[in-house]
Design a binder for this molecule. Structure first.
Ligand code: PMV
Length: 344
């Protein structure tokens, strides 16, 4: 909160990115998922957003800059977001909204920037409304934040709190919802609150097929029903592993979900693949290492070729030398990002 009059409000907010273990893939309605998903937020990968709002009676105008440069191609997404959330935040009907964001992580590196970006914008917008007229906020704040972030970019709803989150209705959790995520951290075994996420940048650059297109291709996917069943079963398995501290069970779900996501892409109409030979090679090396040393190491993939290596902090002294020697040479420019779960 900064020096504000009622005509001009300045605020800033930050939000973390997240990595899903059970993946959201396929939408229904307005940004609702066809299956539940579970993720954890990252510690270093954050978006910082500053908002300046000037009240007036003219219809809302938005200006957006990213890392100091105007980025008009993001404006349609922001107008869509505002349109969807203005009933919750009435100030969004008029005035001028200047939004400036920056990320703490590089572009196109396998970290979802839309999640941290939309979550930080949702935080900042809620703060503007609270400063102008707190009584206008009618909903539980955590629920509202997550709902708004979801309406900006689906998986962003899991970035409005720190640590583990569940998004999507499942019989496995009575408070679960398709409209917002719920924090899971209080019921998580300590082992899973000390996870490292080391991101192997196998290939940098924009994806040939966007995630929005991937979601759309699930509408008529031949494996749609099988996928929905698989995700629901994996939610139950993952919740049980996270609670009991069972790393092997966790790793099984994690890898099955990663490979299924890419299997769904390969079996879409039209079919496509975002994996590279280096991704496959790295996965083979990880599997061999795990089998040989019985190490608590697993991996996941987002919608791209880069690999998220997941392992408890307590084993990083043995796992990091393996990464450096065998996996780093497979990365573009040998680039690796060392991150970990946030919120601890
Ligand atoms: O939120 P979106 O539309 O960027 O989709 C995210 C999809 C995955 O990252 C592949 C999976 C997930 O649950 O985050």
């Amino acid at each position: 909160m900064e020096n504000n009059s009622n005509d001009e409000i300045n605020t800033k907010a930050a939000a973390p990115s997240n990595i899903a273990i059970v993946k959201y893939w396929g939408k229904k309605g307005v940004q609702k998922p066809i299956n539940p998903s579970i993720s954890f937020t990252l510690s270093k990968a954050q978006t910082y957003t500053q908002v300046n709002y000037q009240a007036s009676h003219t219809p809302l105008q938005i200006n957006f800059s990213f890392e100091g440069k105007n980025k008009d191609d993001f404006l349609p997404k922001l107008y869509t977001l505002v349109d969807r959330v203005k009933d919750f935040l009435p100030f969004l009907h008029s005035g001028t909204l200047n939004i400036a964001s920056e990320n703490t992580f590089p572009h196109s590196c396998g970290i979802a920037s839309s999640a941290s970006s939309m979550a930080s914008i949702a935080h900042a917008l809620l703060d503007v409304q609270k400063q102008l007229s707190p009584d206008a906020v009618k909903m539980n704040e955590q629920v509202l934040l997550s709902k708004m972030a979801r309406l900006g970019s689906g998986s962003a709803c899991r970035s409005t709190s720190h640590g583990w989150a569940l998004w999507g209705k499942t019989p496995a959790h009575s408070q679960s919802s398709n409209s917002y995520s719920i924090p899971l951290t209080p019921s998580i075994h300590p082992l899973f609150n000390t996870l490292n996420d080391t991101i192997l940048i196998i290939r940098k650059g924009a994806k040939a097929i966007s995630s929005s297109m991937g979601h759309q291709l699930m509408n008529n996917h031949p494996y749609r029903h099988g996928r929905i069943n698989q995700a629901n079963t994996n939610i139950v398995k993952l919740l049980s592993a996270l609670k009991s501290g069972d790393f092997n069970k966790f790793a099984q779900v994690c890898e099955e979900e990663a490979m299924s996501l890419h299997g769904l892409m390969m079996s879409s109409t039209p079919s496509y693949s975002l994996l590279t030979p280096e991704t496959i090679h790295a996965i083979e090396l990880i599997k061999q290492y795990k089998a040989h040393y019985q190490a608590p190491l697993t991996f996941t993939l987002d919608a791209g070729p880069n690999i998220h290596l997941i392992y408890p902090q307590s084993h990083s002294h043995v796992i990091k030398p393996f990464i450096k020697k065998h996996l780093q040479p497979l990365c573009e420019n040998q680039e690796i990002l060392y991150d970990k779960i946030s919120g601890n």
